[in-house]
Ligand binder design. Structure first.
Ligand SMILES: [Zn+2]
Length: 261
């Protein structure tokens, strides 16, 4: 009986299985169908994911509808080049991708960092390597206490293990209290995160000449990853690239129309 929940009457016979189900709630996060893996989504929902694929803007990793060559920049990237080198994301923030992000963030389904991080490794493979210094975007400490873990750090750990890079969860830190970003205008978001990040003086040398990879679960306006990029570059990093699992900014849907003429 799909979708009818657990069958309590069969507990004695299926005791072991039921116990396992309590430990691993193996249901698809998007459609509630039972799944046999810890990947979070059933095969049908994985297929529904709107994966971001080439051809894309070299700088922002957002898709062109036509092939313009490997190194092409979108009008948006030309008009206002990002502080970081390149951004790569797995999917747009909708449907199953959104379900995965929210489940990792709020339901403490930490095992989802495995499959999500591996998809992020694929998205960033052109710049990931043993020389990479992999830094998660930090949570504000109050939120870190209340949620107990930083989902970006869990993702960064998986990505570092994949590419053999160095994982440093505490190098980049929050400096001051920032208000929740939700509900703020783009301008206020930028103001809100300005100088919100810092590197402890005694650890700045660890960034000298390094190739930094910033990791976050979702990019909304880009103000957070921009502020983090400025901070690590000012401390001496040689380059910064960014990988997020999802892009939530609707103006980044398409590289073709990112800037209106
Ligand atoms: Zn599903």
């Amino acid at each position: 009986m799909p979708g009818s929940g657990r069958k309590w009457i069969d507990v004695p016979r299926a005791g072991a299985r039921l116990a396992l189900d309590f430990l691993l709630p193996m249901r698809c996060l998007s459609c509630d169908r039972r799944v046999g893996t810890e990947d979070g989504l059933c095969p049908v929902c994985w297929q529904k994911m709107q994966f971001i694929e080439k051809p894309w803007c070299y700088r922002l990793g957002i898709p062109f509808t036509y092939d313009v060559g490997e190194d092409a920049w979108s009008p948006r990237a030309i008009a206002s080049p990002p502080v970081f080198d390149r951004l790569r994301s797995v999917a747009f923030y909708e449907g199953p991708a959104r379900d995965l992000v929210l489940a990792l963030k709020f339901s403490r389904r930490r095992e989802l960092a495995g499959p999500m991080g591996r998809w992020m490794s694929r998205a960033g493979k052109e710049f990931l390597g043993e020389q990479s210094l992999i830094l998660p975007v930090p949570l504000r400490w109050v939120r870190l206490l209340s949620r107990r873990f930083n989902q970006a750090a869990d993702l960064a750990k998986v990505i570092a293990a994949d590419c053999g890079g160095q994982y440093e969860p505490d190098l980049l830190r929050r400096r001051k209290r920032t208000r929740q970003q939700v509900g703020l205008s783009a301008k206020d978001r930028h103001r809100n995160v300005r100088s919100a990040f810092g590197i402890d003086k005694e650890r700045e040398s660890e960034l000298q000449g390094r190739h930094v990879i910033l990791i976050d679960d979702v990019m909304t306006t880009g103000s957070t990853v921009t502020a983090c990029s400025k901070t690590v570059l000012a401390a001496g990093a040689a380059s910064v690239n960014v990988i997020t699992f999802a892009i939530a900014d609707p103006s980044l849907r398409s590289a073709d129309e990112a800037v209106k003429p």
